[in-house]
Design a protein around this ligand. Structure first.
Ligand code: MIG
Length: 778
């Protein structure tokens, strides 16, 4: 096959604010879509009219329309250079041989490409080669291994693969996004892509797509947080979930019959183990038929769900994309009549083998089909289900090469789309259909959808769990870096199967997993059929007690968690945050895969090794206080902290303010009231932070029914001043306990806020007297 390279630029046009460079049949379009957003579209055959772009029913991946900025390209003796007022980028292009350099406003080169190999086209396959500043690179969604992906070669192609071994790649989620210190690179292309991140050539990044134009978006910024937020303006952010979704979820493949479901729910309550959600896996269905109930095992789903609701639970049911091929089954018959299923090139409906046996797969690339699927969700709502769990949507197919649809499956109203192009988006599109169905048929509620497969922007419609891990210690460790990497790829609402899915869990592993799990935004215990039970009480009293204690802590932390969820919905900033986001100048922080921050000042170092009773912790710059012992450490440093079985090492930076509520066995809006503010004053600080609360359900918050408690704190080493202010109309915070954590001592005071709010006067709360080595109230 002939290979074209982008040798020298033979001609150039400057049209509609887009600079278009030609080399033979190849075209590169360069434009600016924001003052620090560069778009580079390459196609070796000069075609940008991809079927996906033209398909009417396929939702655009981007939530904003790309409108190129008016910029001036200046001729230089050897090429062109970008000039523009207020731009935060510098771009220079050389004509012969072709070269392109992206630099920041100060001229520091961040990415460049040079020579004939910068762009190649071979058949339908295009590739781009970049040199980068050499710094660490994270991203690409669900990937096993360290956060820093340099030196790896990874593939994006959603795949159902078990077990997950250190070299397993790809997995269920594909997100074509790389994030570095000052730049991010998004490739808007849903075909299978390969990413050589300096594996073949240490300084080279080679991105190859099986089809379609290489539509590259480069975002430049101050730091990774800013870069991530800019990208999410384009692919969209997570929405604020219902409060109950932040609670603890209990699941198993499968709880059945319905009496067993009730028994699990009651046991949790009897044992006072906080829990909000029960999941129903595939055995609740009639022969694995979606949206049905097994009449023998679940004779009264409405009654069961009502009983669960009365106990304070919400119920989530699994839905797979494969609709059983059975014309006596209404969903199948109706789907066939409506023509909603994917077909092959020949026009015949595609049949794949999954749980129900031969099955048909809705074509979620069509608007009409998403709406039809949305209507099916109403059946679940009518029986009292509250949320939908989408599995097998890579899409996964049994007993076929490639474990997915064959390449001749078509999508789209006119069958104009190939599976190759839709494959990576199938899971996200399915979740979108479910989410929009829930929104339509329960408009007063916030939707909850959980998905296994997804693509860039999946967070707009669903939370994600990372699929079938195993009850192995190494997978507990993987859970940290994988969740962090999902956050860095735009998906904050993420978690893993607590205790491990495949294989038998063991008590110490379960304890350490829930101690991590209470900090993962999605917190669900789930395990496979035929494995040892791993409910919190499945081992012994000690395990059960520690498990309960960990969850009590999450439920007390709900005001803090909910605030972080709300922040994530506005900025995309992860809830469970990689250290590198808060300490981007700290090289070591980029290498930390086994610790994270809850928000910005609260460092969590979960125990990830069997038998460990202490942990080595890296602390970035700052003065850190260990929460339980009050011990002070000064970073940057590696320190060892104690970690008895019941202990989760947590260290708070000076100025950290944690908001704790009263806790409870299941979420209610009252759990968002701040009962205690823990203020960490081991060193001088200036801090402004806020705590967000609302009804935890519905949309009244969008009309002002929320409360944001803003706390400003400063400590000069002597005097600590706290001021509070609040915004919004929802249940004002009237009083709370303030706990000042000094060096190893804690002082408490009640703070009646109501008065403070009338005058907003600063309140001198406590002063610290070095001589008496203790605080006194003024
Ligand atoms: O092929 O529904 O990842 O969570 O329990 C297994 C049964 C199908 C895979 C999911 C898992 C779920 C299981 N499913």
């Amino acid at each position: 096959m002939k290979q074209c390279q982008f040798g020298c630029i033979e001609s150039k046009t400057d049209r509609n604010r887009v600079l278009e460079l030609h080399s033979g049949t190849q075209v590169l379009q360069v434009s600016l879509c924001g003052e620090s957003v560069i778009r580079l579209r390459y196609h070796g055959l000069g075609r940008f009219d991809s079927p996906a772009a033209a398909a009417t029913g396929l939702p655009p991946l981007l939530v904003k329309e790309a409108v190129p900025l008016p910029v001036q390209w200046l001729e230089t003796p050897t090429g062109w250079k970008l000039q523009g007022n207020g731009l935060k980028v510098n771009i220079t292009i050389e004509r012969d041989p072709f070269a392109l350099t992206v630099a920041d406003s100060e001229g520091k080169v961040l990415l460049c490409q040079a020579g004939a190999g910068a762009y190649r086209q071979q058949g339908s396959r295009g590739s781009a080669t970049w040199r980068w500043d050499g710094g660490p690179i994270v991203g690409l969604g669900e990937k096993i291994g360290s956060l820093d992906k340099r030196g790896k070669r990874l593939v994006l192609w959603n795949t159902d693969e078990v077990p997950h071994l250190p070299n397993t790649d790809p997995l269920y989620q594909s997100i074509p996004w790389l994030l570095s210190r000052h730049w991010g690179l998004f490739v808007h292309n849903s075909h299978r892509t390969k990413w050589d991140l300096g594996q073949t050539q240490p300084e080279e990044l080679v991105i190859e797509a099986d089809g379609g134009p290489l539509d590259q978006w480069i975002f430049l910024g101050e730091g990774p947080q800013d870069v991530l937020t800019q990208w999410l303006e384009w692919v969209g952010k997570m929405f604020l979930p219902p409060l109950w979704a932040l609670g603890h979820h209990q699941s198993r493949y499968s709880y059945h019959p319905q009496s067993r479901v009730i028994e699990v729910a009651q046991t949790l309550r009897e044992k006072h183990i906080p829990c909000d959600v029960i999941h129903l896996d595939i055995d609740h269905m009639d022969g694995h038929r979606d949206f049905t109930w097994d009449s023998r095992e679940f004779p009264d789903p409405d009654g069961m769900n009502k009983e669960l609701h009365d106990l304070g639970y919400h119920v989530v049911g699994i839905v797979d994309p494969g609709v059983k091929q059975d014309e006596t089954y209404a969903v199948c018959a109706d789907g066939l009549a409506e023509g909603v299923f994917c077909s092959k090139e020949t026009g015949e409906v595609f049949v794949g083998d999954v749980w129900p046996g031969p099955a048909l797969f809705p074509d979620f690339a069509c608007l009409r089909v998403r709406e039809w699927w949305g209507e099916q969700q109403a059946k679940h709502l009518a029986h009292g289900l509250d949320g939908i769990w989408n599995d097998m949507n890579e899409p996964s197919v049994f007993n076929v090469p490639g474990k997915t649809f064959p390449p001749d499956v078509r999508h789209g109203e006119e069958a104009e789309l190939t599976h190759a192009e839709i494959h990576n988006r199938y899971g996200s599109l399915m979740s979108q259909a479910a989410c929009e169905g829930l929104q339509k048929f329960a408009p007063e509620k916030r939707p909850f959808v959980l998905t296994r497969a997804g693509f860039a922007g999946v967070q707009r419609h669903a939370a994600v769990w990372l699929g079938d891990n195993s009850s192995w210690w190494c997978h507990l460790a993987e859970a940290v870096s994988m969740c962090l990497n999902m956050g860095l790829s735009g998906v904050p609402f993420v978690g893993t199967d607590i205790g491990g899915f495949l294989e038998d869990s063991e008590k110490q592993l379960l304890v350490r997993w829930i101690q991590l799990g209470i900090f993962t935004p999605f917190c669900r215990n789930h395990s496979n059929i035929n494995t040892r039970a791993q409910e919190p009480w499945a081992f012994d009293k000690e395990t059960e007690n520690i498990y309960r204690q960990a969850l009590e802590w999450r439920y007390r932390l709900l005001p803090t968690f909910y605030t972080l969820f709300e922040e994530a919905s506005r900025t995309g900033n992860p809830i469970m945050r990689a250290l590198l986001l808060e300490f981007p100048d700290d090289e070591v922080a980029w290498r930390i895969n086994d610790e994270f921050l809850l928000g910005k000042d609260c460092l969590v170092a979960p125990v990830l090794q069997k038998g460990a009773r202490e942990r080595l912790v890296y602390l970035p710059a700052g003065t850190w206080q260990e929460r339980t012992t009050g011990k002070i450490f000064t970073g940057p440093a590696h320190v060892v902290v104690g970690a008895d079985l019941a202990q989760i090492p947590m260290l708070l930076r000076e100025g950290a303010i944690l908001a704790l509520g009263c806790g409870g066995e299941f979420t209610r809006p009252e759990l968002l009231s701040v009962e205690t503010l823990e203020v960490y004053a081991q060193a001088p600080f200036e801090q402004e932070t806020s705590f967000y609360a609302d009804a935890g359900e519905g949309y009244a918050y969008q009309a002002g029914e929320y409360r944001r408690l803003i706390v400003r704190g400063s400590f000069d080493g002597q005097t600590l001043t706290l001021k509070a202010e609040q915004k919004g109309n929802w249940a004002p915070q009237e009083r709370l306990q303030v706990e000042i954590h000094w060096r190893g001592t804690v002082s408490r005071q009640e703070w009646v806020l109501a008065e403070e709010f009338t005058d907003l006067a600063p309140k001198v709360l406590l002063s610290y007297d070095e001589e008496n080595a203790g605080p006194s109230f003024t």
